[in-house]
Design a protein around this ligand. Structure first.
Ligand SMILES: Nc1ncnc2c1ncn2[C@@H]1O[C@H](COP(=O)(O)OP(=O)(O)OP(=O)(O)O)[C@@H](O)[C@H]1O
Ligand SMILES: [Mg+2]
Length: 498
């Protein structure tokens, strides 16, 4: 495409052309309207002046006859800026007047009607340049005399040409100005668009970290570029996540699969009894189930991270979820000899997905049950679930009195498949915290892992159990309102007695 066709096909050019055409048409219409109306108005005034003259002259004629009329005309002709007069005798000779030449056929129409004529004023040669326009009326008087009274239209012609010049100037100015404005604007727009498409081409070619230019002037291109950049950030994040997942799958799922394959191969080679064969198959089945669970967990995390769980965030009371989940785990904990306590200190209402939040809490409680065992035998394992809040946030904290997680490991344990060496004894795939993190991020919240026992212990490395806190933003204006307050009262009472 040549530069010209590229420019001609831009929206900016088309818009400019449409505006220019409409504006020109409107200006021409306005010019015709104004000049037509001024013309009519001025003609009317001229005719009125001529008629008043005629009235005056008619009175003079009535009083003093043709001689009186001639004297009257002569006097008027001498006054500056006089009207047009002509008196002819029966043979067409000029008796007096200020017109040098008039077409014959005009003089032949002497019934007093208005005539638009072109004439040569007295004292000028009869050439085309000396011709002027006028409105005249011609009357026949007794004795075959003819009287012409008229008025020059020079002022009108002048005004009309002035209007014409003004319109031409206006149109030329407008076109030039529109052209200049359009040219610079178009160049700027084209430059920005070229920039955007060049950056996007680079990104398409694999430079996933590349971003579109944002000039900072806040125009529509900046807004578009910023939004696209946010989208690219998100895509990059998802791509990274995808790559991480595939890497992890390659590393972490290969081992159990190889183990399974080895076992099946060995079983095939050995001559196993029916019972041994059954045992081997059962072991393989358990491992296959574990693999399927791991895959399901991975898919779930990916779906939550991509925000495509199909769940719509609704206004929910977090306390109800905590209550339901804790009711499930309380007996399990008691069976395990763990002291389990729930404290609902506040009744925050948040925007969230019930099922995902319940799953996140369950994962944290399961972790506390699995890894939160005190190292010293004489200390009773305890798990404390506390729901509290402030004006801005709901805080759900799950605390155990186990070995906790060293500060250096707290960030990485949230990555997929990360399991600390100290906890290899317990079953698990290292995906629980990843899911919790994804769920919390989906809810615009935060997952904080700290050491239990100290107030602000993010820096403390002292091992005194893990405190996992899910901090979620409140759904403002709905705190403790509406139905369900009774349930809260009951929960509080139950909590107080427990
Ligand atoms: N309460 C805790 N105390 C000490 N270590 C913990 C605690 N919770 C988690 N961890 C450590 O963090 C690791 C990751 O936990 P995560 O929940 O992601 O995986 P998992 O429990 O090992 O497996 P999964 O939850 O998928 O069954 C655990 O393997 C454990 O080493
Ligand atoms: Mg877990």
């Amino acid at each position: 495409m040549t530069a010209l066709t590229r420019i001609l096909s831009t929206t900016a050019f088309k818009l400019a052309a449409i505006y220019l055409t409409s504006f020109t048409a409107l200006s021409v219409f306005l010019f015709i309207f104004i000049s037509q109306n001024t013309d009519d108005l001025m003609n009317k005034q001229v005719v009125q002046t001529v008629d008043a003259e005629i009235q005056g002259l008619a009175e003079q004629y009535a009083q003093n006859g043709i001689n009186g009329l001639v004297v009257g005309v002569e006097r008027r002709v001498r006054s500056p800026n006089s009207n047009l007069y002509l008196i002819l005798d029966y043979s067409g000779n000029v008796i007096t007047g200020n017109i040098a030449y008039l077409p014959e056929k005009v003089l032949s129409v002497s019934d007093g009607r208005i005539q638009f004529v072109s004439y040569t004023p007295l004292g000028f040669a009869e050439t085309d340049q000396n011709k002027a326009k006028a409105i005249v009326r011609i009357f026949e008087l007794p004795g075959n005399f003819k009287l012409l009274v008229g008025r020059d239209l020079e002022d009108q012609v002048h005004l009309k040409s002035l209007l014409g010049d003004a319109l031409t100037l206006w149109l030329v100015g407008m076109v030039v100005l529109a052209g200049i404005t359009w040219f610079f604007l178009n160049r700027r727009i084209l430059k920005r668009i070229d920039n955007l498409s060049m950056s996007s081409r680079l990104i398409m070619e694999g430079d996933l970290a590349g971003r579109l230019d944002v000039t900072g002037n806040g125009d529509e291109f900046d807004r578009l570029a910023s939004n696209l950049n946010v989208m690219l950030d998100r895509i990059e994040e998802l791509m990274k996540g995808l790559k991480e997942v595939s890497d992890n799958i390659a590393h972490d799922l290969k081992t159990p699969l190889t183990r399974m394959r080895g076992r099946v191969e060995a079983a095939l080679r050995q001559n196993l009894s029916e019972n041994e064969g059954r045992e081997c198959l059962e072991e393989t089945l358990v491992e296959t189930d574990e693999l399927i669970n791991t895959f399901n967990a991975l898919l779930r995390i990916a779906r939550v991270e991509a925000g495509s769980t199909g769940a719509e965030l609704q206004s929910i009371k977090l306390g109800n979820i905590v209550k339901d989940v804790c009711e499930l785990y309380e007996p399990v904990a008691e069976d395990d000899g763990v002291e389990f306590s729930v404290s609902l200190e506040d009744e925050p209402v948040i925007e969230g997905d019930r099922e995902l939040l319940a799953q996140a809490l369950a994962n944290l409680i399961e972790n506390a049950l699995k890894y939160g065992r005190p190292t010293e035998e004489n200390i009773k394992p305890t798990i404390k679930v506390v729901l509290s809040g402030n004006d801005e946030q709901a805080i759900l904290s799950i605390e155990d009195n186990g070995a906790g997680i060293a500060a250096a490991d707290r960030e990485r344990v949230c990555n997929r498949f990360v399991r600390l060496d100290s906890s290899r004894h317990a079953p698990g795939s290292g995906l629980g915290l990843s899911l919790i993190k994804a769920v919390v991020t989906l809810h615009h919240g935060e997952l904080q892992l700290t050491s239990a026992g100290t107030a602000d212990d993010s820096e403390s490395d002292k091992q005194s159990g893990l405190r996992a806190r899910i901090v979620l933003p409140l759904n403002k204006g709905q705190r403790g309102e509406g139905e369900g307050n009774e349930a809260w009262d009951k929960a509080r009472k139950k909590n107080a007695t427990s």
